[in-house]
Every structure is written in C-alpha cells, then in structure tokens.
Design a protein around this ligand. Structure first.
Ligand code: AMP
Length: 209
C-alpha cells in the first residue's frame, strides 16, 4: 500500500508514519529527514538547501524532487509511507509520475496544539526517532530509547520559524487537499488535544486504510 501522510508541521506526521511503519512492515520515507541528511553530510545539494530548511521555507520543487527520486526509485514494491511530500500541488502532480498513491491521510490539528508540540519536540541524531519533552518522554533525558543516540532540538522548531512554517502550510496546502479529495483518496483525521497518545491516533489511521 502506498500511503501519504499530509498535515501541517507538528501535526504528528513523522510520529504516526513511524508507528505505521512498524505495524504495516513497509518503509517510512520522510522528505524532511532526507533534507536533513543531505545537510548533515554537507553534500553540494545539502549546502544549497540549508538556508531554506533553517528559515522554515520550502526547498525548491526541482531540488526536493531530485532528493526524493533517489529514494523512490529503490525497491518499494510492497508500498511505503511517504511523509512531508507532496507539500504543493506541483509536487502532488510530480508524484503521480513516480507512484500510484492509494490513500492520503490528512491530519487536522489546531495551531495552538502545533506550537505547543513543536516547542517541546526533540529528535534522535542517529535514527531520527521523535520524542516530546512533555507527552512522549525518552526513558533517559537526552538519549534515544531505541539506539541510545543523542536527542536534539531542530533549528526550525523555534517559535518564530514555527509561525513561518505554519504560514507557508496555509498558503500551499489547500490545492493539495482538494486534488486528493477530488480523487477520493483523502481520509481526514482531526486531533485537537495534546494529551491523546500517538498509538491511539495510529489506531484511528489504521481503520481508515
Ligand atoms: P519537515 O521535517 O517535513 O518539517 O521538513 C523540514 C524542512 O525540509 C522543511 O521546512 C523544508 O525546508 C524541507 N522540506 C521537506 N519536505 C519538503 C517538500 N516536500 N518540499 C519542500 N521542502 C521540503
């Protein structure tokens, strides 16, 4: 099954995608993680895109398409969970040329919940696992439960950059949502409560697949 997880920054896309990956046994592809990997490795592409990522702005379509192409041409015959891509209508159309998507999960989360969640989010430097200092604490402060890696706060998870990312999401998301809704691929999930466990939201997503 080829699944897209769509939603604003901080809506839990990465967390749910990673839980779905364990339940469905198919790969989780995160465009944001691929971007951060290019930056970390200091590739030519990485150096070009760092300024966009740090400012919370979208990387140009042709660059993100190039990064994704490398990953999407690997063997994904059993399906995948794609998260963070597409983010614009151009990207949604580009994706149609590469894969036939079966379902798009659309996460609806109020800004208040997003700002609270992102300002307390931490991520593992080694394996990318996501934690939250309030709702999803690691067993040992600052260390990943899964691999022992160091946890860090993303450069774009500061209040000013969070607001910029939300603004961009509002400007670009509606045509993407309409595009998939018209094709009857869209399934809505609303989560307006910070205290709901990621596992229970994932249960709801599973019922929609
Ligand atoms: P994320 O982890 O999904 O919030 O992505 C982190 C950053 O990577 C974004 O703020 C963008 O700079 C870049 N990025 C990730 N996915 C995309 C995409 N589909 N289109 C453009 N830029 C992206």
């Amino acid at each position: 099954m080829k699944i897209v997880i769509f939603g604003p920054p901080g809506s839990g896309k990465g967390t749910y995608a990673s839980l779905l990956k364990n339940r469905l046994g198919i790969p989780h592809i995160s465009s944001g993680d691929l971007v951060r990997e290019e930056i970390r490795k200091e590739t030519n592409l990485g150096k070009e895109i760092e300024k966009y990522s740090d400012a919370g702005e979208l990387v140009p379509n042709e660059v993100i398409a190039e990064i994704l192409k490398k990953r999407l041409t690997q063997d994904l015959s059993r399906g995948f969970i794609l998260e963070g891509y597409p983010r614009t209508i151009e990207q949604a159309k580009q994706l149609d040329n590469v894969a036939k998507i079966d379902v798009v999960i659309n996460l609806n989360v109020p800004d208040r919940v997003i700002v609270e969640r992102l300002s307390t989010r931490v991520q593992c430097k080694s394996c990318g696992s996501i934690y939250n200092e309030r709702t999803l604490k690691p067993r040992i402060v600052g260390k990943c439960d899964k691999c022992g890696g160091e946890l860090f706060k993303r450069a774009d998870d500061q209040p000013k950059v969070i607001l910029e990312r939300l603004k961009i999401y509002k400007e670009t998301s509606t045509p993407v949502i309409d595009y998939y809704r018209m094709r009857k691929l869209l399934r809505d999930i609303t989560n307006d409560n910070t205290d709901v466990s990621p596992e229970s939201v994932t249960d709801r997503i599973m019922k929609l697949l």
